[in-house]
Design a protein around this ligand. Structure first.
Ligand SMILES: CCCCCCCCCCCCCCCC(=O)SCCNC(=O)CCNC(=O)[C@H](O)C(C)(C)COP(=O)(O)OP(=O)(O)OC[C@H]1O[C@@H](n2cnc3c(N)ncnc32)[C@H](O)[C@@H]1OP(=O)(O)O
Length: 228
């Protein structure tokens, strides 16, 4: 968590340049995601694998020529978007992220996404921890979307049946609001429309964030939903 992040909006002085930068970063992440998938699936022999390493390391070195010292954190920007570059579920700059593109229609948060070999747990199926991360994220978008950015206090999951890799969808909805506490539910669904995992979560606006949000009316002032 970036202490003080909520009162330090990053001014957007050149939206076109920012968009170009973010699109290029996302395109790089797409390419590295393909590399991740190929790394898991390749059957090249040991000599061929060793031969590939210098080229990969060369690219890594070139990227580190100008890089942040650590995580990128949240960047609530003055154009009204919360940038979560490194988030492993939605981060546009994170090749490990599927990535999820989560839509909020005022009632439900929903996403359709595709997961391949890099997310495998049981043979041909999604790793249970990834299923949990997906649902955590989809539930977690709702508090931010209604102006109450909150953190997961509890997340209860019921794994109903194995989740096949491939095209999946997840949805979440608000069940109850009690001051700074939000109870949410959600589901992960396979390509056949079968619910494979269901979730119940309690999300709480942390004290550190409350002073920036005023009274818990749902009005988050300058803060907008995450890019999700
Ligand atoms: C700079 C700020 C960033 C803000 C955030 C932005 C996030 C924007 C990203 C959106 C997308 C995220 C999607 C992924 C979401 C994660 O993955 S979040 C990461 C995983 N979660 C964590 O690390 C949370 C760790 N725990 C904590 O930080 C704190 O314990 C909590 C849960 C935020 C609670 O905050 P707190 O300030 O300690 O709250 P506190 O006043 O003690 O309790 C408030 C109420 O909640 C209840 N409560 C608290 N914890 C629990 C619990 N575990 N069980 C039951 N009740 C509980 C209390 O009993 C109390 O109830 P009342 O007495 O009011 O009735």
């Amino acid at each position: 968590m970036t202490a003080g992040g909520f009162d330090a909006l990053v001014p957007v002085t050149d939206p076109d340049a920012l968009r170009e930068q973010e699109q290029a970063g996302a395109a790089l992440a797409d390419a590295v995601r393909e590399l991740l998938d190929a790394t898991v699936r390749t059957r090249l022999d040991p000599a061929q694998l060793h031969a590939a390493i210098p080229a990969v390391r060369e690219v890594t070195e070139s990227l580190l020529a100008d890089a942040a010292d650590g995580p990128r954190g949240l960047e609530p920007s003055s154009d009204g978007r919360m940038r979560v570059h490194g988030n492993p579920m939605v981060g546009a700059l994170n090749p490990f992220a599927p990535p999820l593109r989560i839509d909020w229609d005022g009632e439900r948060a929903a996403t359709r996404f595709t997961v391949g070999a890099a997310y495998e747990g049981p043979p041909g199926c999604l790793h249970g921890g990834i299923a949990a991360a997906v649902l955590d994220q989809v539930l977690g978008v709702i508090p931010s979307s209604i102006g109450l950015p909150a953190m997961t206090a509890t997340l209860d999951l019921r794994y109903r049946r194995p989740t096949p890799l491939g095209e999946l969808s997840a949805t979440a909805w608000l069940v109850e609001r009690d001051g700074w506490k939000l109870r949410l539910e959600g589901e992960l669904t396979d390509a056949e429309g079968e619910v494979t995992v269901s979730a119940t979560g309690l999300f709480v606006v942390p004290r550190v964030a409350r002073e920036h949000l005023g009274t818990p009316t749902g009005d988050a002032g300058e803060f907008a939903p995450p890019a999700g």
